[in-house]
Design a protein around this ligand. Structure first.
Ligand SMILES: *[C@@H]1O[C@H](CO)[C@@H](O)[C@H](O)[C@H]1NC(C)=O
Ligand SMILES: *[C@@H]1O[C@H](CO)[C@@H](O)[C@H](O)[C@H]1NC(C)=O
Ligand SMILES: *[C@@H]1O[C@H](CO)[C@@H](O)[C@H](O)[C@H]1NC(C)=O
Ligand SMILES: *[C@@H]1O[C@H](CO)[C@@H](O)[C@H](O)[C@H]1NC(C)=O
Ligand SMILES: *[C@@H]1O[C@H](CO)[C@@H](O)[C@H](O)[C@H]1NC(C)=O
Ligand SMILES: *[C@@H]1O[C@H](CO)[C@@H](O)[C@H](O)[C@H]1NC(C)=O
Ligand SMILES: *[C@@H]1O[C@H](CO)[C@@H](O)[C@H](O)[C@H]1NC(C)=O
Ligand SMILES: *[C@@H]1O[C@H](CO)[C@@H](O)[C@H](O)[C@H]1NC(C)=O
Ligand SMILES: CC(=O)N[C@H]1CO[C@H](CO)[C@@H](O)[C@@H]1O
Length: 806
């Protein structure tokens, strides 16, 4: 599809062929090789997919009309221990940037190194916590020392590979810190000093490309302040200097998701509206956060965040087109690129066209002119008059006129197809004989070597080596065993499983930024009693000031009977970091031999059970996911690689799991005998798991005869008509037309549809079948002549088609 735009000479010129020369900027835009540029950028984070997926993700972003790929840099992934660096596999940032370059796009490197990003500990390595006297993100010597060391290392790596645009490479922009403006006040004057230091330090690295600080109204010169949010066209106060361009570094395409929450769906129309408004008001750079979200593999997600990341982005978790979002934004980009000459060099004016209607106009030399017509009314369409012509604007929409005459795009009119993603079961893992299990042992106080007369803070004990920390104690009881007693525990993180004398008594969990308590009736024995409490974190926190002082784990423990309350908070406690299965790495090929696995169903206790089986990779190239509907909570490994935490038992308010399918990248798989190991904390049923393939198996499009023709046909002198375009993912064909009606069909792609018998061309199905079946993509003009005559003259008509992809 990129070739189409290339034919128009649009994107080819944009290709990241920097031949050296510093990137600069002025009040209008970034200036690359002497050219002002309007740039569309999209976030793709390298560790949230596999190197095997990168080329196709970047190609799809380019085909969607992006100029720039943005990524954060993940410090704790690269420097897990001080001075020990890792840039292998998914961590290979150089390979990622080079792939961007190879495809002719630019790169934006958001180094942070505090990044938030729903990434555990906001990207900071946990070892920083034990640096004496450290205060993160403040005017604090130890923090500044380590931050400068890491930022310099990354910059030098990029320089050594000649990856900055100033060296002929793709990187045109960098970011230091992240959304510091939201926490700066907490640090008082140390915040201001740190901010200035960070800016100077970054600029001093001499990259030859500008630095930005997002959500930082007071970013010191020459660092550019930029906007993050959903509605920067409305909310951004603008650059803090007339010499800086308006840059939108995070335009959220949806929002990150937490376990227990419903997904946030942001419509294609809404995103397009806000991007168009931002550009209309002299914005010059928009980054979609995220363009592809991907997967939080292993334990990389921050507190309570889902393993799947921004699945609602224009490219979904699996890298499939999320339609109509991807296509509608592609049309928007093409429309704006058609307008870029007057946008960048014309004289800007805005004029009122009525109450809630505005024109934003750029008049250049030699009659070059581009306009954005805004109708801000939420419910009413209006006709406006602009430069002697009349235009109908749908409610809450913007029309783009690259020549101040022809509307090529309206943000509210989606002519792109809709896609339905389907999961197809390829293999059920329902054979008992193929599963084995291993019961994690429940340690008691006598098993522990780490002791303290208090409840220790969890992160400081585990040092982020595990989600799990056992808190154990023992005590003598001589009360009658028939006396009712209640165990009461207050905890700040995140999940608790309680055992008394080796038997499970109950679980509880909190929610984002909220502690919780557990209260369970227990039975004690006359003599020594053992209490073992497993505190589980679901990711470290990733935001807020003074992260180094954050507290997690148990806070108070009591046992209450009718007679008395015994407080064990300051009792002698014994600790065990992590689980035995983790320590022995029984999820790997070699580690799995270190324990005795038993037949499925033979364990005495069901909680905290490891399950193991082998499976074959599904045929073909479709993405692979595990359907975990039947499971509770835990972690999944395939061939020794963690594909992340799962938590299916934590339901949303609507009563469904936040995430049922878990992505297994093809690169993790071999053709046969893949080792699947699961740690199940609750009592999930592994025989209900299936290996599914993921694909877009249904597409639908609805285009009316008043719709705009595709932007790519703009320069055609004649024959521009609205067109219905349908296409399947590469490698698939339209196998069947499920519905087709030219006339006034009722319903649309999102709801029930039916033909209107009084206005329906009887040839609809036959004509669409002939044009589309057996093809990867097809295009049909929405025009009575194509359908053997007008089924109801004088009435506006549309074509609605639903097709199956195989
Ligand atoms: C390009 O940027 C580098 C580093 O910021 C600076 O040293 C150099 O003077 C700049 N070159 C030009 C031609 O502005
Ligand atoms: C129109 O432009 C003026 C001057 O640049 C600005 O103050 C005003 O906010 C703009 N109006 C709108 C609706 O953007
Ligand atoms: C706009 O004008 C056209 C042509 O006169 C008319 O058909 C249409 O109903 C008008 N739309 C609105 C919202 O008034
Ligand atoms: C705890 O100690 C007991 C007795 O020594 C032993 O049987 C058991 O395996 C130990 N459990 C763990 C988890 O180490
Ligand atoms: C963290 O643990 C160490 C011992 O490992 C202790 O000296 C230190 O006080 C603890 N810090 C906090 C904040 O709890
Ligand atoms: C508990 O056991 C001790 C020693 O065996 C005994 O003296 C006492 O009566 C028992 N208490 C109860 C409540 O059974
Ligand atoms: C069918 O279309 C005709 C002509 O546009 C219209 O008058 C009628 O209301 C429609 N009927 C239904 C059920 O949509
Ligand atoms: C798609 O259709 C083309 C042309 O009819 C055919 O050559 C190809 O084999 C089909 N591909 C699939 C995956 O069915
Ligand atoms: C992470 C972050 O900055 N989130 C903020 C984004 O903006 C919304 C409002 O649009 C705030 O509510 C969030 O806190």
């Amino acid at each position: 599809m990129a070739w189409l735009l290339c034919l128009l000479g649009l994107l080819c010129a944009a290709a990241g062929r920097a031949h050296g020369g510093n990137v600069t900027y002025d009040g209008r835009s970034l200036i690359i090789e002497g050219q002002h540029r309007i740039l569309f950028s999209g976030s793709i984070h390298y560790p949230r997919s596999t190197p095997e997926m990168w080329p196709s993700l970047i190609a799809k972003a380019k085909a969607g009309g992006l100029d720039v790929i943005e990524t954060l840099v993940f410090w704790n992934l690269h420097e897990p221990q001080p001075g020990q660096f890792d840039f292998s596999g998914r961590r290979d940032i150089i390979r990622f940037i080079k792939e961007i370059q190879a495809q002719g796009l630019y790169a934006c490197l958001r180094i942070g190194p505090f990044i938030q990003g729903e990434w555990t500990y906001g990207g900071l390595p946990f070892w920083l916590h034990d640096v004496p006297g450290i205060v993160y993100r403040s005017n604090n010597k130890p923090f500044k020392h380590h931050m400068q060391k890491f930022v310099t290392k990354i910059v030098n790596m990029m320089k050594a590979e000649k990856l900055y645009a100033s060296q002929g490479g793709p990187i045109i922009l960098s970011q230091i810190e992240n959304e510091y403006g939201t926490v700066q006040a907490a640090f008082k004057e140390d915040g201001t000093s740190y901010l200035n230091w960070a800016a100077q330090m970054a600029v001093g690295l001499g990259t030859g490309v500008p630095w930005v600080m997002c959500k930082q109204d007071n970013a010191p010169d020459p660092v550019i302040n930029s906007c993050n949010g959903r509605r920067c066209g409305e909310t951004f106060k603008g650059p803090n200097s007339p010499n800086k361009p308006a840059i939108w570094t995070e335009n959220w395409t949806s929002f990150y998701e937490l376990f227990g929450e419903e997904p946030v769906i942001r419509s294609a129309e809404d995103i397009a509206f806000h991007v168009a408004l931002f550009i209309a008001k002299r914005g010059s750079y928009v980054n979609y956060y995220m363009y592809h979200g991907g997967t939080n593999f292993g334990r990389t997600a921050s507190d309570y965040k889902l393993t799947s990341y921004y699945d609602q982005a224009p490219l979904d978790e699996y890298g499939l087109f999320r339609q109509p979002k991807w296509g509608h934004l592609k049309e928007l980009h093409a429309a704006i690129k058609l307008s870029s000459k007057p946008l960048l060099s014309g004289v800007y004016t805005n004029e009122s066209l009525g109450g809630s209607q505005h024109a934003f106009v750029y008049r250049g030399s030699s009659n070059k002119c581009a306009a954005f017509l805004l109708n801000n009314h939420l419910t009413n369409a209006v006709n406006v008059s602009f430069m002697g012509s009349s235009y109908e604007l749908p409610p809450r929409s913007i029309s783009i006129l690259p020549d101040c005459k022809t509307v090529v795009f309206n943000t509210a009119k989606v002519s792109t197809q809709y896609g339905t993603r389907g999961m197809v079961t390829s293999q059920k893992l329902d054979s008992i004989g193929k599963w084995e299990e291993f019961s994690e042992s429940i340690p008691d106080f006598d098993n522990t070597s780490l002791r303290a007369n208090m409840l220790l803070e969890q992160m400081n004990v585990t040092k982020d080596t595990s989600d799990y920390l056992w808190y154990t104690f023992r005590f003598e009881d001589d009360s009658n065993s028939h006396v009712q007693q209640v165990l009461k525990v207050n905890s700040l993180a995140h999940v608790l499983h309680a055992f008394v004398n080796g038997a499970f008594v109950g679980s509880a969990h909190g929610s984002h930024e909220k502690g919780f308590s557990l209260e369970k009736a227990i039975t004690l024995v006359n003599g020594t009693n053992h209490v073992s409490l497993l505190s589980v974190m679901v990711g470290l926190p990733d935001s807020g000031a003074f992260l180094e002082r954050r507290v997690a784990g148990l806070r108070r423990v009591m046992i209450q009977s009718e007679q008395e309350v015994k407080d064990f908070t300051s009792h002698l406690w014994g600790y065990q970091v992590g689980l035995l299965g983790e320590k022995l790495e029984i999820y790997t090929d070699s580690g799995s031999n270190k324990v005795q696995w038993n037949a499925y169903g033979s364990s005495t206790h069901k909680k905290l059970t490891w399950y193991k089986t082998l499976f074959d990779a599904p045929d073909g190239k479709d993405a692979v996911a595990l359907n975990f509907e039947s499971m509770g909570k835990g972690e999944i490994w395939v061939n020794g690689q963690s594909i992340g935490r799962y938590w299916v038992s934590y339901l949303t308010p609507k009563g469904t799991p936040s995430q049922t399918w878990y992505h297994v990248p093809r690169a993790f798989l071999k053709p046969a005998d893949n080792l699947l190991v699961i740690l199940e904390e609750e009592d999930g049923y592994p025989l209900g798991i299936s290996i599914d393939t993921v694909s877009i198996n249904k597409v639908c499009s609805h285009v009316s005869d008043s719709h705009l023709p595709p932007v790519s046909t703009y320069q055609k002198q004649r024959g521009r008509r609205p067109k219905l375009l349908l296409g399947c993912s590469p490698g698939r064909n339209i196998s069947r037309i499920l519905f087709a009606s030219f006339g006034t069909p009722s319903g649309d792609c999102q709801s029930y549809y039916a033909s209107n018998t009084s206005c329906h061309s009887p040839k609809s199905l036959a004509i669409v079948e002939k044009a589309c079946v057996g093809k990867g993509m097809c295009s049909i003009p929405v025009w009575s002549k194509k359908f053997g005559g007008d089924p109801c003259a004088g009435t506006p008509k549309s074509l609605l088609v639903v097709a199956e992809c195989r």
